[in-house]
Design a protein around this ligand. Structure first.
Ligand code: AQP
Length: 336
């Protein structure tokens, strides 16, 4: 198991077990976690407490929490090197969140676009947790004094709140928290729905053709790409505003092959229609996702092995979180 040290900088990130992980999660976050884990003290959690801001079926939540932890490992997170754990196993996150809640203005939460979007899509359950979610996310990050948070573009606004809260606490009491920086990839920071390319590809999208899941079979991947909505026109050029469908597919092709947009444009210059391009994107994704899916099935089948990783991860994370929380409680005047 890895040992968390204080000499190296720290990264922290997480994903909600609110559905299957898809290619967007790899593009926006996971592949950067894998890259960064060699240089940083790394903590990756499955944020089950965030997931319950939207109604979840208990059996599915339990299963998906383990699925997502296994998917981290399948995608290349090395539990010998990085700490992998479940958020609810480390109660210090919620304890710090309460302190931060008492330092956050109502307006700061009310302006979050994700709150507005999710309030619309869950109109029958606009709960206080949905509103204060970004404060818990700030606590997830600050409790480890993370320097860097590798996330997709949709999390940028939440990260800004974490930065503001760290600065506010440091200013009001004394230097305590590291002010975290976001790490958002230039390409792949926001992969769009295959069916509505102006909307983010999302775990909770009920349209199964809108997302490529990491557990999709080769044929499912090929078919979804074949059916993906493209734009009017037929040339392969990158222009997010005018050609969102094709641009999204070019981002996917880049993720799977590493080819630049200029190279992709050149590769398909002069081909007629989208069919050859779509076929190439489908095949590239099949090749990219297959080893992740196969490794996932292996990791997930070893229930004891996964339990051990998560148990050890929680122990390590708690040791670190406890230190921060103790310091915070002391500074705000709680009796030890
Ligand atoms: N489409 C995407 N493109 C790039 N990055 C993405 N991420 C999510 N979707 C895309 C990034 O993956 C991480 C997952 O974060 P999360 O599980 O906390 O939830 P989220 O951002 O709200 O993702 P979803 O899939 O949209 O979940 P639901 O449907 O439950 O709300 C983050 O780093 C995110 O930026």
């Amino acid at each position: 198991m890895s040992e968390l040290s204080t000499d190296r900088k720290t990264i922290l990130s997480g994903m909600q077990p609110s559905g299957e992980l898809g290619i967007g999660h790899v593009a926006g976050a996971l592949r950067n976690w894998v890259k960064l884990q060699n240089e940083y003290d790394s903590l990756f959690c499955v944020v089950d407490q965030h997931a319950i801001t939207v109604r979840q079926e208990p059996a599915k939540l339990r299963k998906r929490t383990l699925d997502i932890a296994a998917m981290y490992i399948a995608a290349g997170i090395d539990p010998e090197q990085s700490v992998v754990f479940v958020q609810s196993h480390v109660p210090e996150h919620v304890q710090l969140a309460w302190v931060l809640t008492c330092m956050t203005g109502m307006g700061e939460c009310a302006r979050m676009t994700q709150f507005k979007d999710k309030s619309e899509s869950n109109a029958d359950n606009i709960n206080v947790g949905l509103f204060t979610y970004p404060i818990l996310m700030a606590a997830d990050i600050l409790v480890y004094n993370a320097d860097l948070v590798p996330v997709g573009q949709d999390q940028k606004q939440h990260l800004e709140l974490a930065r503001n809260l760290a600065e506010r606490f440091n200013h009001h009491y004394s230097q305590t928290f590291t002010v975290p920086e976001p790490y958002i990839p230039e390409v792949g920071g926001k992969i769009m729905s295959l069916q509505e390319p102006t909307k983010k590809m999302s775990k909770s999208d009920p349209n199964q053709n809108a997302s490529i899941w990491l557990i999709d079979t080769d044929d499912q991947i090929r078919n979804k790409i074949k059916r993906a909505v493209t734009d009017s026109g037929s040339d392969i050029v990158y222009n997010e505003e005018l050609r969102p469908g094709v641009s999204n597919m070019m981002s996917l092709y880049h993720i799977a092959t590493g080819k630049s947009f200029a190279d992709i444009e050149q590769e398909f210059a002069g081909t007629s229609g989208y069919a050859p391009f779509k076929e190439a994107v489908g095949e590239a994704l099949v090749g990219y996702i297959r080893p992740i899916r196969e490794r996932f099935l292996e990791v997930r089948a070893d229930k004891d092995g996964l339990d051990k990783i998560l148990h050890a991860g929680a122990e390590q994370a708690r040791a670190r979180a406890r230190k921060t929380l103790r310091k915070v409680h002391k500074k705000i005047g709680f009796v030890e």
